[in-house]
Design a protein around this ligand. Structure first.
Ligand SMILES: Nc1nc2c(ncn2[C@@H]2O[C@H](COP(=O)(O)OP(=O)(O)O)[C@@H](O)[C@H]2O)c(=O)[nH]1
Ligand SMILES: [Mg+2]
Length: 337
């Protein structure tokens, strides 16, 4: 046997062992699997892909829930409360926290970790913050891959915290089944994303901090938003978005919220939207990969790169149009437009 093939056989076995450890729910294996995915080394990506392929047949059965809202509304605190409630009901909970420093500034994952300390201590929970930098495929790839690993490890509820600034909340909608938008009374509609179409991607909305002095304001804000939603949300879904109030600090207020999240899953499963959306997400991702690889190919090839720079100069001066430039590039990579 040649030494190269025995080496690759050993590598294959190592990945297979890792996959088995993950499927058995061993925490060290899950951690190693996630680290492999997070590796910034391009040469480790084939190993990560191999692992994901082995795990894929065992993934898919969780309820994937995105939790979004502006910093400070209580997402992390709420996730801890929801997570503990879910565990009490017999679920296993994985939390993926998208580290704000990897996308935008502000916030601290360290704060989040301490905020989820009770959940973090549970054997039935696994908390993973996104690496703060250097992800090869970007944050949405990380989220997708990590969901797959967690599902294969037997976590049946996956909560994904995103910081509600910029693109992250709409991109989380592309990887989850249910989007929970957390709001607080008096923070201003615009600030919380009403004008940015966030309401359209939310399946459940909760006004948090409905406790103490904040309770009345939260109840009023909820009523107001309910009235607005009646007129703005489209009717093509079997689901209409409920607006609730809760307090992340009062666990008993979280039951209606959990029920609403569950109900969204059940209703969309019955209507077929659930399966259809997952399919659409996967297929959209497939094309995103095609796009990324084509661009990667163009950017890596020095000759093509130079060719593109020349085209760019021509586009800049207006001597050729964008569509002519696009045609030339496609022709150059062998696609005759
Ligand atoms: N009164 C009150 N404070 C809360 C509630 N939820 C979170 N907080 C506090 O709000 C602050 C921000 O919470 P955090 O979970 O970090 O918000 P995130 O930035 O959305 O993740 C912390 O000081 C929490 O203790 C709540 O329901 N009621
Ligand atoms: Mg947080």
């Amino acid at each position: 046997m040649n030494p190269g093939s025995s080496k690759s056989e050993a590598a294959r076995r190592e990945i297979a062992d890792l996959a088995e450890g993950i499927r058995e729910g061993r925490r060290a294996a899950i951690g190693r699997g996630l680290s492999l995915i997070e590796s910034t080394l391009a040469e480790r990506r084939p190993q990560a892909e191999a692992l994901l392929s082995m795990l894929a047949p065992h993934a898919g059965s969780s309820h994937r829930i995105g939790v979004t809202g502006i910093p400070g509304v209580g997402k992390s605190t709420l996730i801890e409360g929801l997570g503990l409630e879910l565990i009490a009901k017999g679920h296993r909970v994985a939390v993926l926290a998208i580290d704000p420093s990897s996308t935008v500034s502000g916030g601290s994952i360290l704060g989040d970790k301490t905020r989820m300390s009770d959940l973090g201590r549970s054997e039935q929970a696994f908390i993973r913050p996104s690496p703060s930098q250097g992800l090869l495929g970007g944050i949405s790839q990380w989220t997708r891959d990590s969901i797959l690993v967690c599902e294969a490890a037997g976590f049946d509820r996956i909560l994904i915290e995103t910081v509600g600034v910029g693109q992250s909340e709409s991109s989380v909608a592309e990887v989850v089944d249910t989007v929970l938008l957390v709001m607080i009374a008096g923070a201003g509609d615009e600030l919380q994303g009403i004008k940015r179409g966030l309401l359209e991607v939310a399946h459940v909305i909760a006004f948090n901090k409905a406790d103490g002095k904040g309770r009345d304001a939260a109840l009023a804000a909820r009523q107001e938003l309910e009235a607005v939603l009646r007129f703005t949300v489209g009717a093509e879904s079997a689901w209409s978005t409920p607006v609730l109030t809760c307090s992340a600090l009062q666990r008993e207020t979280l039951s209606p919220l959990l029920s609403a999240l569950d109900e969204h899953r059940e209703v969309t499963r019955s209507s077929g939207e659930f399966a259809e959306k997952r399919h659409a997400q996967t297929w959209a991702h497939t094309w995103a990969l095609v796009n990324a690889r084509v661009l990667d190919r163009v950017h890596r090839d020095p000759k093509l790169k130079r060719w593109c720079e020349e085209l760019e100069a021509k586009v800049r001066t207006g001597s050729i149009t964008a569509s002519v430039a696009a045609r030339s590039i496609l022709k150059e990579i062998g696609i005759d437009p």
